[in-house]
Ligand binder design. Sequence first.
Ligand code: MLT
Ligand code: ZN
Length: 453
Amino acid sequence: MTEPGNFAIAPEQIVGPAHVLTDAEARASYETDWTRRYHGTAQLVVRPGSTAEVAAVLRLCSEVSAAVVPQGGNTGLVGGGVPRGGEVVLSLTRLDAMQTVDAEATQVTVGAGVTLARLQDHVRGAGLAFGVDLASRGSATIGGMIATNAGGIHVLHYGGMRAQLVGIEAVRADGAVLRRLPGLTKDNTGYDLPGLIAGSEGTLAVITAARLKLVSQLPQRAVALLAVPDVSSALNVLARVRTLGSLDAAELFFREGVELVCKHSGLPMPFGASHACYVLLECAAPQDPLPDLAAALEGAPFEDSAMAADRPGRDALWAYRERHTEAINAEGVPHKLDVALPLARLQEFAEGVRARLAHAVPEARAILFGHAADGNLHVNVLGLAADDDRATDTILRYVASLGGSISAEHGIGIAKTRWLHLTRSAEEIATMAAVKTAFDPAGLLNPGVIFGL
Ligand code: MLT
Ligand code: ZN
């Protein structure tokens, strides 16, 4: 660990005294993640206000081999954005400038610290939309979302963050700035560095700005919440609606999650009776998609249903899904396992994971929800100590045995480094490590993340 006094100049000289946080109280919110499971002490929290300041701070850290943890809105769920012990936390939230929307190109350039909600408002004003949306939109920043290749609720329609990237500006650990922001949708001049930095979880370079693709607004929307007996029925319903072409979201959740949401939010249960499984479908189109949605659902295997086309009605149905994360957090400190399965194994997994957990870790309480069309289930486990890895080990080995991925959209962070080998080969891991070394030979950016210490 490097003492602040060892820097060639004080970081305050680069970013100003107000943006170097040294005392414990000021640092606290940067040192603990949103779930409260991961926390560590930072040497300093530094809040640069420009790309030049980011580069100067990184050069300063590099000179004295000080490790750096880049941080956006601190909404990550795998411990990759908080210090492990003694690093400099580089908070990017002050890089919050937004350029005018380029309506001709349907693109916009924004700073890494812009929140998703601000970006959405900004582009809405220009008659456009952004293809990625997720529940933490008020705090999650564009830089952090790119760094983790965040997914969210519209991946089935537009892809994740990597798919929205037209260009990127990022700074290497040695302070060199990689800038590719010309807005070219076609550019076959060698390696795709923006695509590589996306999903690298702060281990390759610090993202400072991005050029993003925008999509058309689809003003007419309809939501259906369906109670179904099991995951197979949910997928049957999904297949019927998918052929419409207007499907914008397809979410899955279960009895125990809905009960928890109702307990913590005060919402009534969505239907009179409690059901084993729920699927929420949203269609979006230039014209009202409700009649087609209702027609596609005729004869589908559901037990109860509610539909809404107006905003308050749609929001009321979405609340049962979007409030899962906060309800789980209100119940305890969760172990969050974000996995992907081939759709053909999703039913088997949803049943099998509960049975395996009940056998291996009987005190664990699992709450599942996720993004049905992506085969992405969030297995949240309550009732375990923060360092108890039994449930993680049981679940991730089971996922691997079914041909799935141990991380669908949250990343590896520090939470899953020990299990990376389950779904990435030794050759793949060695190649990724070589890429890391090429960007950051001294290993100063987010040490421990993805590869472990
Ligand atoms: C979600 O789908 O709501 C997010 O991935 C957050 C979470 O898993 O809790
Ligand atoms: Zn999710």
